[in-house]
Design a protein around this ligand. Structure first.
Ligand code: NG6
Ligand code: CA
Length: 511
């Protein structure tokens, strides 16, 4: 062999080695998908076509289910919004911290900016981070102090989000304006906003005094300031030019989400998209009205599905679908009448929002927290149905594992990393989960334990069964998914063991 032959052979071998090494690293390189977490409001296990709904078309959610993992035993950390979202972002069950129940619209921020959050984990890993939609975790220093006409902080930007486009609390609570980053969108400084949850601010019309001005009437509460013909919880004045239009809210959020995706399409991004649908007041855009036989509640579900469709279309259009993990779930179980007369009860027509589970939003029975959950990531996740026991409180630790972020031991009080289960690669996840709805309940495998204690049997405004009983309850969900046969009197040992375990978890402390 002469020198040039040796050279050529060397180049050839070197070239082959390079191809092999590159090929290998491409397969084993740490995955860095974009993540879009869609966290819907009050959507029940049974409200999606892919979970059995027959009369509510949800083609885009069904597509996610077909192309990803559909979970059958996934749980929101609580049966209402604020505590679930608190746990989702902090990795700590909300019942460990006082003041984390359903918040008024002028509450102070309840998350501690000094502690890591789901968003800050992504930010530390070099992701662009954004939140669009329902916040409901408090903004600024709180009642009378949060400056709705100036800079609103602390908020999501102090917690690891780089961009924010928010509804501050809920659709049925004032202030009915969007906040972008730290400012109200479209505010006229000559018409400043004032907010109170204690007393009327001016003599502006309220649902209580002026029902003739309403286009949707409350069934319970919701009789304070009227904004666009709907009376809300709380009083606000001013900010007229900035007030959102309920019919356009879903599109407003979808547009903001798509804009965020487009802006960051060349960098890894994390988007927490929190639609308002299908929470009350349910006021879908006219193009969805009449799409189901169920009135506004069903139609709002179709609107939610359309919002998901807009996001999926953007991912397809920008060539990002393959490398983006899309996760869909809900912050608590379903509710039918949640305070407005919107025909939800009379037009149920056999639809079962809770699926086979008992109870719903506010309830310690299973439907309070057992929610739909879908995970699609075409590059990595194979389509499957998984019965792994999952809880949103784990997302912090689980995504930290995905991003290979090492955080000091004890950072997440309750979050456990369950990445293989999230990706559908394992059916083993939690061996227990605490369900919060006022009081607590414990799931351990197939067993469900609800401690005995005081409390009403039903939530009066919504007529949901709450799961309260003076005596302890024990159910075997495998043979009795509807929680009707209380096995506690026949299994005192299991009851005692689960009572003790719940006590131990409770006493572990919030730090
Ligand atoms: C309740 C409201 C309900 C809803 C809920 C919070 C009444 C009678 N009911 O107090 O309409 O706003 O709070 O829902 O006012 S959540 O999904 O944000 O937790
Ligand atoms: Ca909710």
């Amino acid at each position: 062999m002469n020198t040039s032959q040796i050279c050529r052979r060397f180049l050839w071998v070197f070239g082959l080695a390079t191809v092999l090494v590159l090929g290998w690293t491409a397969r084993s390189a740490p995955p860095r998908p974009n993540v879009v977490l869609i966290y819907a409001d009050d959507v029940g296990w049974g409200d999606l076509g892919c979970y059995g709904a027959r009369t509510i078309p949800t083609p885009h959610l069904d597509r996610l289910a077909r192309e990803g993992v559909r979970f059958t035993d996934a749980h929101a950390p609580a049966a209402t919004c604020t505590p679930s979202r608190f746990a989702l972002l902090s990795g700590m069950y909300a019942w460990r911290q006082k003041g984390t129940g359903v918040l008024p619209g002028d509450a102070a921020l309840i998350l501690d900016p000094a502690k890591p959050t789901l968003a800050s984990v992504f930010q530390r890993a070099g992701y662009r981070t954004g939140v669009v939609g329902k916040w409901h975790l408090g903004l600024g220093p709180g009642p009378g102090k949060t400056d709705w006409n100036g800079e609103i902080k602390p908020g999501p930007l102090e917690l690891g989000f780089e961009h924010a486009f928010l509804m501050p609390a809920t659709g049925d609570r004032v202030p009915c304006v969007y906040v972008q980053d730290r400012r109200v969108v479209g505010l006229d400084p000559l018409d400043p906003i004032r907010v109170s949850f204690k007393e009327p601010i001016t003599n502006e019309p309220t649902g209580r005094a002026n029902p003739e001005l309403l286009k949707m009437h409350p069934s319970h509460g919701h009789d304070m300031t009227i904004v666009h013909g709907i009376s809300r919880i709380g009083y606000m004045s001013g900010g007229r030019a900035a007030r959102w239009k309920d019919e356009e809210m879903s599109d407003d959020f979808a547009r903001a989400a798509v804009k965020f995706i487009e802006r960051h399409r060349t960098q890894p991004f994390f988007l927490y998209l929190a639609p308002h649908d299908i929470h009350v007041p349910r006021v879908p855009h006219p193009r969805f009205v009449g799409k189901t036989p169920h009135g506004p509640r069903g139609d709002a579900m179709v609107e939610l599905d359309d919002c998901v469709g807009q996001v999926l279309a953007a991912l397809d259009q920008f060539g990002l679908a393959r490398d983006t993990l899309v996760l869909f779930s809900s912050d608590n179980g379903p509710v039918v009448d949640d305070g407005y007369r919107d025909d939800a009860v009379t037009r149920l027509a056999g639809h079962r929002p809770s699926g086979p589970w008992r109870g719903g939003k506010y309830s310690r029975f299973e439907a309070g927290t057992r929610v739909p959950m879908l995970v699609r990531w075409p590059a990595r996740v194979k389509p499957a149905v998984s019965d792994a026991l999952m809880c949103h409180v784990d997302f912090t630790a689980t995504f930290a594992a995905l991003l290979e972020q090492v955080l000091p031991t004890g950072t997440w009080v309750d979050a456990e990393p369950h990445l293989p289960a999230l990706l559908g690669e394992s059916r083993v996840a939690r061996d227990h989960v605490v369900e919060q709805a006022g009081g607590l309940a414990l799931r351990e495998g197939r067993w469900k334990f609800i401690p005995g204690g005081p409390g009403p049997k039903r939530n009066e405004p919504t007529d949901t069964e709450l799961g309260n009983d003076p005596s302890p309850q024990l159910y075997d969900l495998q043979s009795d998914p509807g929680e009707v046969d209380n096995l506690a009197p026949r299994n005192p040992e299991r009851v005692e063991a689960m009572r003790k375990r719940l006590e131990t978890i409770r006493n572990r402390g919030g730090g």
